[in-house]
Ligand binder design. Structure first.
Ligand SMILES: O=P(O)(O)OP(=O)(O)OP(=O)(O)OC[C@H]1O[C@@H](n2cnc3c(O)ncnc32)[C@H](O)[C@@H]1O
Ligand SMILES: [Mg+2]
Length: 181
């Protein structure tokens, strides 16, 4: 089985490798650089979700994979507070689309103020944590939980939700969403 993933970010790719291991899949993971079709810093759940879907669609178009995956990070506002949000999309060989979101965590005002001024979280979190390329490693979620969670584990959880739905609907031969939606 070939699984294409619309990113070159090692934290996201590690999550897919973890899924392959966990599910004992005979699969190869192909990393494909894709355009998310949304802003580099998505500012809502909907925009982040669309980014994940677009990445999965592009990865499918650019490969002959059995399954394609898109993972996207962004922020969303709830009750005046800004949260880190995460979305994933999986498209199977028949063109069926599955989506799921991941853990959310509130951002301190230093980060949310910077994002409101137009900066990208990836750059802000490096400055905030005095580390380099946090987005490719533990991620903002790692920094803000003092290392109890990390970006790969968070996306691995999203992937379980995606792959789990794929298995569930495939078994009963039902499909909830179409790619065209
Ligand atoms: O190479 P790609 O796949 O684009 O990976 P990315 O790290 O840029 O990740 P996203 O495009 O999905 O995230 C959108 C923006 O939010 C930042 N971001 C999102 N989640 C993050 C996290 O957990 N840690 C650090 N930065 C994060 C990221 O750096 C971008 O500026
Ligand atoms: Mg990006």
């Amino acid at each position: 089985m070939l699984i294409s993933v619309g990113t070159t970010n090692p934290a996201k790719l590690k999550a897919v490798e973890s899924l392959i291991q966990f599910e004992k899949l005979e699969a190869v993971c192909q990393s494909i650089e894709t355009n998310s079709g949304v802003r580099a810093q998505p500012l809502s759940d909907e925009e982040t979700r669309q980014g994940a879907i677009q990445r999965a669609k592009s990865a499918l178009e650019m490969s002959s994979s059995d399954i394609s995956i898109g993972l996207e990070g962004g922020v969303s506002e709830h009750d005046g507070e800004m949260y880190l949000c995460n979305w994933g999309a999986l498209i199977d060989g028949k063109g069926h689309l599955f989506t799921a979101s991941g853990a959310k965590i509130v951002l301190p005002s230093t980060l949310s103020d910077g994002i409101k001024q137009g900066a990208e979280l990836g750059n802000l979190i490096d400055e905030f944590s005095k580390k380099h390329n946090v987005r490719k490693g533990e991620g903002t979620i790692g920094i803000l939980t003092n290392g109890r969670m990390n970006r790969s584990d968070m996306f691995f959880h999203v992937l379980l939700l995606l792959y789990g739905q794929y298995c569930f609907y495939y078994n009963i031969k039902e499909v909830v969403q179409k790619v065209t939606k």
